[in-house]
Design a protein around this ligand. Structure first.
Ligand code: ADP
Ligand code: ASP
Ligand code: MG
Length: 827
């Protein structure tokens, strides 16, 4: 006799058999599978196992509603059958349903009277889902008759013998193998439709393989049938780098080793049951995870030695865990403490998910399921009663609401830097790590974090390990002259940043003085003006900040494009809360020194970044140049320059041919001045910039320390803008005289600012040589000259356009990118 073709086992999860359409889809997939013998393991229809367990819970509360729910379950299955089967087959199926529902009601009646269900009862009840789905599919697939050979129903309780132990269900292989031989003759052909999830114990009593156990059923049958391959069909494209419901940027992993898959499954990747691997490993059967709803996609291959270039495969989390921490100097060098701790937990059936012990043996901690936290605290305190009383152990703490984050990948062994990246990503996202464990295999690094930050941690680590883009939640305050241009620049650039650098700058809010717009997706992905201008939401800065700072996004930055002292007054609170700030607004940095110092403290407390390059010289690299000089150990002896684009323009143009006031008029018309030109002419703007640079140098300067020569004539400081503009012409004579005097000495007039290392700060009109660098700048250029120990013979000069919305917004944008780099993006 020729050898029969090998078996291939396919398993379809609950979501793949949710309704009639799903059954059709499953049939079509099987019909297009290569010729050969098929073992088809099915879960219960989506939600049915939960519904069955709810029946037990209702009965235990003596709530008669369970009867109605049985009727609903029956109706759901009969409905699918009516759609898919011939009338005769549907009728035969309905008869089975009726019978089963009667049995169910009978099993639940005593539960309702005694208010208690044994494990045997809930196992029995919860297993009906698989019986119903497979009996239905076997009829349906048989009636379609599009594959050769008979379609036979196989009740797994006849084959799998399993006993529950401390590690979950254990398969008794020799007995199961013997039963399979009886149930499935060696020359069996065609298709076997097999119930997932259920099994029987040695006495023949029904048991289950645990929640999500149908994956396990599939691999058990794979091993028993000697299958060449196991295909697990589900509702995602394969095993993904993280749970796609929690990390939207998760990607499909092409191949995993059994060990990697096991670690991912153990640490919460729900897509596959952790025990699925053992039978497949034993016989080296490859497992494919594939999508029922997109069968054309390749899926994920799980096998012994996959070829994959990725050192890190995925990140998972287990939520709702509690951390048990045993601490005491009396444990040092005392053997057996760990044994007693875990022994006590084991005796009460509490499973330990993760263990970590410091090398000093001063403390041991472990993570356990949250529901058992109270029980665990009591047990451990009892077990160490003597030591607690005697003071050898100082405390037993149980902290609920923690989460475990696990990074998995075979390639981490021997790849330095993975742990560093992991903890950097957690650190910059302000996620506090409570405990760490790394297996000696180096296949897994896990960290216990506060449950509330689990989502943020997952996303930050996923991005930090380059598995997904770095997402930064951005809020733009003040879509005015600069803010508007910044938003346009972002609109033009973000797609490219995402593609080239995997950086996702997501503008999730824009707030003006009247209204604001809040969004979850990036407002600059399309035209941001339309939603902003149409928004009926009144501006509310507090709500705005709460929205932009989403807990699950790792990083938040507020970009303040206003010139408002009121907005600046919030910086300290924002920084302390870990929100980063980027701004061209000078108010905070040039306000009272105490407030400035407070900002630095807040920034340190919140481990946040505060970037303000555009406060001096717009987009020119002034603040950073100064910072680099100082940090690399250069000594600044002085900084001087022309720091105001407006005043630069006025004196570049003022040659005596027209009155000074008419130049101010013209400049105002061309938009080169503030609406009220006195703000420029007073010199206070220049004074503020000197203060910012001085403080950067560590000088404790206050605005009042700057000697400022104002160009606003005495008597014109108050009054309306129009009055001022009208009156200014009366002072043209004085200005013309100053120009003539300077010219007489072969000089020109320039409005400059100077700062010395000793903290002397002066702002005002200066007569300069015609060949002086400051005398030869164009239009609204700024020029800043740094005299330092290194740059002494020839000073370092930064020069270029220092005003205007385009260059200022560009400077703010550059700060945003700098921030992204600080947070780990590779730009
Ligand atoms: P089935 O009903 O097919 O057994 P499950 O709901 O048990 O499906 O498992 C599939 C689900 O697992 C997916 O829809 C997905 O939301 C979730 N999941 C969690 N972690 C991962 C991961 N790392 N990769 C893929 N899916 C995951
Ligand atoms: N139906 C069972 C459950 O929901 C088993 C499975 O679907 O894998 O847990
Ligand atoms: Mg599943």
């Amino acid at each position: 006799m020729v050898n029969p073709a090998p078996w291939v086992v396919h398993k379809f999860g609950g979501s793949s058999v949710a309704d009639a359409d799903c059954f059709r889809r499953v049939a079509a997939i099987l019909e297009s599978a290569p010729a050969g013998r098929l073992g088809v393991v099915l879960s219960a229809c989506k939600g049915v196992t939960d519904a069955l367990l709810r029946l037990v819970a209702l009965a235990e509360r003596a709530d008669e509603a369970y009867r109605g729910e049985i009727t609903q379950l029956r109706a759901r299955h009969a409905g699918i059958a009516a759609e898919l089967l011939s009338p005769e087959a549907a009728q035969a199926y309905a008869a089975i349903l009726d019978n089963d529902c009667r049995d169910l009601a009978e099993v639940l009646r005593p539960v309702s009277s005694s208010r208690a269900a044994s494990r045997a009862v809930s196992d029995l009840v919860s297993g009906y889902g698989e019986i119903w789905s497979t009996r239905l599919f076997q009829r349906f697939f048989g009636e379609r008759a599009r594959r050769p050979g008979p379609v036979t129903w196989l009740d797994a309780r006849r084959v799998i013998v399993a006993e529950w132990g401390p590690l979950g269900p254990g398969v008794q292989w020799p007995e199961s193998q013997a039963r399979l031989r009886e149930a499935v003759p060696a020359d069996c052909q065609g298709t076997l439709v097999i119930t997932g999830f259920i099994a029987a114990d040695a006495r023949g009593v029904q048991t289950t393989l645990g929640r999500n156990g149908s994956d396990f059923s599939a691999s058990i049958f794979g091993a028993l049938l000697g299958a060449s391959e196991i295909q697990i069909w589900t509702d995602v494209d394969g095993v993904m780098s993280a749970d796609p419901r929690r990390v939207p940027d998760a990607t499909v992993i092409d191949a995993l080793s059994y060990n990697e898959a096991m670690e991912l499954a153990y640490f919460g990747a729900k897509v596959i049951h952790p025990q699925t691997m053992a039978p497949a490993v034993k016989d080296a059967i490859p497992i494919w995870i594939r999508n029922t709803f997109a069968p054309e996609k390749a899926g994920t291959l799980i096998c012994a030695q996959p070829t994959s270039a990725l050192p890190i495969k995925g990140i998972t989390s287990i939520e709702r865990v509690a951390l048990v921490n045993l601490e005491g100097t009396g444990m040092i060098g005392v053997p057996g403490t760990a044994h007693r701790l875990f022994g006590a937990l084991r005796e009460e059936g509490i499973s330990v998910i993760l263990i970590s012990q410091g090398s000093s043996e001063h403390s041991i901690c472990c993570a356990i399921p949250q529901e058992q936290a109270q029980q665990a605290a009591a047990i451990v305190r009892r077990a160490f009663e003597g030591e607690l009383a005697g003071g050898q152990i100082q405390s037993v703490d149980v902290d609920p609401d923690q989460a475990i984050l696990a990074v998995v990948g075979d390639g981490m062994a021997g790849t330095p830097g993975v742990a560093a990246k992991l903890f950097t990503a957690l650190g910059v996202s302000r996620v506090n790590v409570r405990a760490i464990a790394q297996g000696a295999s180096e296949r897994n690094i896990s960290a216990v974090v506060d449950g509330r930050s689990a989502m943020r941690a997952l996303r930050a680590v996923h991005a930090g390990l380059y598995l997904s883009p770095h997402t930064i939640s951005v809020g733009v305050i003040g879509p005015g002259t600069v803010g508007r241009v910044l938003l346009d620049q972002l609109t033009a650039q973000t797609a490219l940043l995402r593609k080239q650098f995997r950086l996702d700058l997501r503008v999730r809010g824009i707030i003006g003085s009247q209204r604001m717009v809040l969004a979850d997706t990036d407002l600059t992905a399309r035209d941001w003006r339309a939603p902003y201008e149409a928004s009926a939401t009144a501006a509310d800065l507090k709500r705005f900040v709460e929205h932009v700072r989403l807990d699950y996004l790792p990083h938040t930055v507020l970009v303040d494009c206003t010139a408002s002292a009121e907005v600046a007054a919030h910086y300290a609170d924002w920084l302390a809360a870990g929100i980063h700030i980027v701004t061209p607004n000078k108010k905070a940095n040039s306000g009272p020194l105490e407030g400035y110092q407070h900002l630095q403290t807040a920034r340190r407390a919140g481990a946040s970044h505060y970037l303000y390059e555009a406060t001096v010289g717009a987009g020119l690299p002034v603040v950073h140049t100064l910072r680099d000089l100082i940090r690399t150990g250069d000594e600044i002896s002085g900084i001087e320059g022309i720091f105001s684009g407006t005043l630069a323009y006025l004196f570049n143009v003022f040659d005596g041919s027209a009155g000074f006031s008419s130049i101010v008029h013209e400049a105002r018309q061309r938009g080169f001045t503030e609406p009220d030109p006195r703000e420029d002419l007073s010199g206070m703007d220049v004074a503020r910039k000197l203060i910012i640079l001085g403080r950067e140098m560590g000088l404790p300067l206050e605005l009042g320390d700057v000697t400022v020569e104002s160009l606003v004539p005495a008597g014109l400081a108050a009054g309306s803008i129009e009055e001022f503009m009208a009156q200014l012409a009366h002072h043209d004579g004085a200005m013309a005289a100053r120009l003539a005097a300077a010219r007489g000495r072969g000089k020109v007039l320039r409005y400059t600012g100077q700062l010395t290392a000793a903290g002397q700060a002066t702002v005002g009109l200066q007569e300069l040589d015609t060949r002086h660098a400051f005398a030869n700048i164009a239009l609204t250029d700024n020029i800043v000259r740094f005299a330092t120990r290194r740059y002494c013979d020839n000073p370092l000069i930064v020069q270029g356009p220092g005003a205007g919305p385009e260059v200022t917004a560009g400077g703010v944008f550059a700060d945003l990118l700098r921030l992204a780099a600080y947070l780990g993006a590779q730009l």
